[in-house]
Write a protein that binds this ligand. Structure first.
Ligand SMILES: [Zn+2]
Length: 53
């Protein structure tokens, strides 16, 4: 199968719902990403989760 999957995941701030980061996913299906990152909109560290497409 020649399905091309984009290797990027979007990381969305769970407080303001903005997408702040893009991250690469490994080939194997990973569980939903959940990272603490700095959100420039919230101006603090918030939980960022992989956004749905
Ligand atoms: Zn935010």
């Amino acid at each position: 199968m020649a399905v091309k999957k984009r290797p990027f995941s979007k990381l969305q701030c769970q407080e303001c719902k903005r997408i702040n980061y893009f991250t690469r996913k490994s080939k194997k299906a990973v569980e939903k990403l959940e990272l603490k990152k700095f959100c420039k909109w919230c101006r603090k560290n918030t939980v960022h989760k992989e956004a749905k497409r």
